[in-house]
Design a protein around this ligand. Structure first.
Ligand code: UDP
Ligand code: MG
Length: 239
């Protein structure tokens, strides 16, 4: 049966986080009015993440696992999960427990209330190092300036979107950060809302400052080019 909502997350060496995350998702969504499935994309983890996911399937029959053949990066893993998702809506989050699944019901309500196609989180009480927060501030500023968009916190992975909208977006490496801009470019409506953020307790961050900054700049220029060249027409077939 097709669920209303797919909860998707990429996993790269998050073995301690996986069981806690699944329990948090179930706590947030069991008994709520939306039927849901969980799609975990294991991005070639070298620890026990895949085994932990497989073991969890007995407890969570609505858990589906997509396994990437080797570590292919966060966008690739998210893309694999999004393409596998069957829900009318898809909500993505990180597997490291920094995002809080308890925010998902309020995001669903906001989406329905405002009649928009996508609701993205803004991490209000951000629990990262000072240097990470500074990088984000500069990153968001430069990104909005170059792409001419107004996204407060595009690095927040907690994003809820109509599946049809992401189906229309072709993703490239690193482009998960531009998803709201790419979705808006296709004519869909995007809203923001404040969400919870927590410190990473288990495992380590997979990024350094340099790989984030330089790639990010090239991505901005690509997105700006795309926004100028986006096909903008409406047509109908004559009866
Ligand atoms: N991740 C992934 N493949 C990678 C790097 C990261 O699937 O090559 C996942 C990771 O397991 C986590 C999410 O992407 O669920 C975000 O990664 P991380 O927490 O390291 O990023 P940060 O919060 O430091 O930006
Ligand atoms: Mg993280």
């Amino acid at each position: 049966m097709q669920p209303h909502l797919s909860v998707v997350f990429p996993v790269y060496n998050e073995e301690e986080n996986v069981p806690i995350l699944l329990a948090e998702i179930a706590k947030a969504l069991d008994g709520k009015p939306w039927t849901y499935e969980i799609v975990a994309a294991d991005d070639g983890s070298s620890d026990g993440s895949l085994a932990a996911l497989r073991a969890a399937r007995a407890q969570y029959p609505n858990l589906r696992i997509v396994a990437l053949a080797k570590n292919s990066g966060q966008t690739a893993a998210l893309d694999a999960a999004w393409r596998a998702a069957r829900g009318d809506y898809v909500v993505s989050l990180d597997a490291d427990l920094q995002n809080d699944p308890a925010d998902i019901p309020a995001m669903m309500q906001k989406l329905e209330e405002l009649g928009v196609d996508m609701v993205i989180g803004v991490r209000v009480n951000r629990h990262d190092t000072f240097s990470r927060k500074l990088q984000s501030k500069i990153g968001n500023g430069v990104r909005n300036w170059i792409t001419r968009d107004q996204i407060t916190d595009t690095g927040c992975s907690l994003k809820l979107v109509r599946r049809e909208a992401i189906d229309r977006v072709k993703l490239y490496t690193g482009m998960h950060r531009f998803l709201p801009t790419l979705v808006r470019m296709q004519g869909y409506k995007v809203a923001e809302m404040p969400v919870n953020h927590r410190a990473r307790q288990f495992g380590v961050s997979k990024y350094g400052a340099m790989n984030r900054a330089f790639r990010g700049l090239a991505d901005c220029l690509a997105v700006r080019w795309m926004s100028k060249r986006v096909l903008d027409y409406s047509a109908h077939e004559e009866p």
